[in-house]
Structures are given as structure tokens and as C-alpha cells.
Design a binder for this molecule. Sequence first.
Ligand SMILES: Cc1ncc(COP(=O)(O)O)c(C=O)c1O
Length: 424
Amino acid sequence: MEFENSLNFAQQLDAKDPLRKYREQFHFPKVNDKDVIYFTGNSLGLQPKRTQQFVNDIMTDWKNLAVEGHFHAEKSWWDYHERLAAPLAKVVGAKPQEVSVMNTLTVNLHMLMVSFYRPTKTRYKIICEEKAFPSDQYMLNSQVKFHGFDPDEAIVEVKKREGENFWRTEDIIATINEVGDELALLLIGGVNYYNGQVFNMKEITKAAKDQGAYVGWDLAHGAGNVALELHDWGVDFAAWCSYKYMNSGPGNASGIFVHEQYLNTTDIPRFEGWWGTKKETRFLMKPEFEPMANADAWQVSNPPVLALAPYLASLEMFEEVGMKALIEKRNCIVAYLEFVLGEIDKEVEGTFEILTPKDRGCQLSVFLHGQGKALFHYLMDQGVVTDWREPNVIRLAPAPFYCSYEDMFRFGQILKDGITKNLP
Ligand SMILES: Cc1ncc(COP(=O)(O)O)c(C=O)c1O
């Protein structure tokens, strides 16, 4: 499609957008009495309007039923999390039994490492990407140390090539083959938080599995953003948070994926708790742990229902729309944003540069030359919410559920004004 950098053209795209009615279904913060242009759905998604009711229902059931709510609330609490598995499985390309919701992301990664990082004297190395999200680095370092290994030796970081802003699949696969039978685990953020790159999860998974390693993906920036086929790719495990593209609220619960081959067995190490035992016998309070036949076997505590309610509200919306339609709009709106940036660049030449490679989801990371934080603050003051990453990067993620093409056009105009002001 031939794009035009005009308000009229952007409004025509909005008029044709099959998802346009969803914009009205989210709460937008306001600046100067106007809805903001929200680019930080990759950090914290906006609140869907229907979420309040889901939370209120729990509060009302708690008020009226107290402990009886566990079994007699309309959406009973003791198995509340089970309602999330089927819709969530569709988002990540899994079977419903392979998905569960519990805890928070880094906690879940630690829990899954119990099952999938089982180093031996000869096979103990972990491959991850250079400058992984800090929490993942801390998690990996502490796990390696916990098992008595030296992180400098056990953790192999795949680097970008000199002068390049992205990782090459062939470099990752070459590293996997070099580490060979010393490789215990590969764990990478499937969509990089900094440059927005989507890794070739299918090929990388296959290469690491061919070396006999376990493979896990941190999908914080992947879930609800990109097409995932975790089951078919043969991924062993994955975890993601729900507060970014999944719009479930700050710090909210994490989802996990455990491949079918590890389900329904006691033959895998796991930190266990009572919500992982078979629900049929759970309340007999027996000393033996009999794992649930699905990924709920990794559940430890009874579900935090007040947290799961917004996640369920959000998943209802994902069910209505489906990943296919979200991805189609995402491709188009990101392409339009890239086009608008290109048009502005012609006018203010050389003042910024897109870091994100073509293998991308929703996010474009933009390196600002010369003007840094002052421009970022100017954008915020004008109602453009982006976020800042050192040394000079703003991240722009036009979430397809609620961002409009008109937002992209208006952003371009505000960016140009900001750049031409030559802010200090
Ligand atoms: C890639 C990635 N991994 C891990 C985390 C940590 O998430 P949590 O604080 O929910 O454990 C984040 C948070 O933004 C993230 O982006």
C-alpha cells in the first residue's frame, strides 16, 4: 500500500481498521485534556474498560460470600485460573494443558529453572543474548551460582556483530554448535526489550534441541505481540508477564508454558505446593504430592484471584479479536509509523535512526542523535507517552488494540516540531 503522511490519509486508514471499535474500550490518560498518544503498551498496557467489572465481581463475591466464594462464587475462586488457560494457549500457540497462570515472571523463570536447568559436571552452560533484560541476567547468574558454577564460565552471551544493532540467527546457531554437548540450556528473550527484534525462535529452538539442551523463552515482549507456536516448535518451557501487550495491570500475574512431554509425571524436579496436586484429592490433605496432569502441576499457592480477574478480562478481548487480526493491524500500523518517521527524517535529516530490524513485532526503537532527554520530555509534555532507554533511545510500540493511524500522523508532527525547536 502507498502511504501518505497526511491527517486525511491516516483517518482513512482508521475508518477501514477492523479493530477500530476497540480503541473506545480502553481508558486513555489525558494531557492538556486530550487522550495521550500511547506508545508504551510494551511496558504497561492500557486498562480495558471492562476490567473494572471483573474486579468488582470478585470484591462483591468476597463481601457477600466470604470463604464460600471459593466454591460458590459465580466464577469460583479455587479454580479461577483454569478459565485463563484455553484463551491464553491460543495466544502462545500451545495446548490448553500446557499453559498455566501464577506468580510473576522472574519468579516463574526461577521455578522453571528448577525443572529445566539441571547442570552436570560436563553439561552446565547456558546460552543467552548479550545484555539480556537485567532481571533475566540476575536470575541466570544466581541460578548458576546456586548450582556451584561460575557465571563467567557457564553463561555464554551471544553478541551482536560490530557496528550492527541486531543479533544474527546464524551467529546464535554457530554459538550453540560451538558449545555443543556442554550446553544445558538456552534461554533468550524471544522479543528483545531494547531493540524490538523478534528472534527466530523456531530455528534457534531446533538447533539447541539438536545439541541435547533444554530451551526456554522469556516472552515478556512476545505474548500478545507476535505469532508463537510454542508447542509445534518443541520449546520446553516459556514464561511471560501479562502487563505489557496483555493489558492485565501493573505487576500482574505471569503465564507459563511447559511442553506436553513433561506433563503428568513425577519424574521431573519441581518446587511443589498444594495447588499443584490433583484437585480431586487436594482437600484430603494427604502427604503425597500427586501432580495435576497439566501445567498447573507447577502451581504452588492458591490463585491470587483479584490479580487474575483483570487478566481474564483481557483474555476475553483476545478471544474476541484473535492474534491473526491483531498481527495484521500491528504490521500495518508499525509500517505506517516507520513511513511517517521516514518522511519526518527527510525534513530533519540525520537527527534519528530506527534501530529495530525487519524481524520485528510492535516496537520500533529510535536512536535520537544529538537531542536526547529534552526531546523525550517535550514529547511527554505534548501528550506523547514513550519511554527512554539509555543512552539515547525512545521506544515506540503502537499496540494494535488501541492505537490509531491518526496517532501516528500526529506523533510525526509533534516529533518534527520538537526536533526543529533545537531543545537544549
Ligand atoms: C524481558 C523481560 N524479562 C523479565 C522482566 C521482569 O518481569 P517481572 O518484574 O514481572 O518479573 C521484564 C519486565 O519488564 C522484561 O521485560
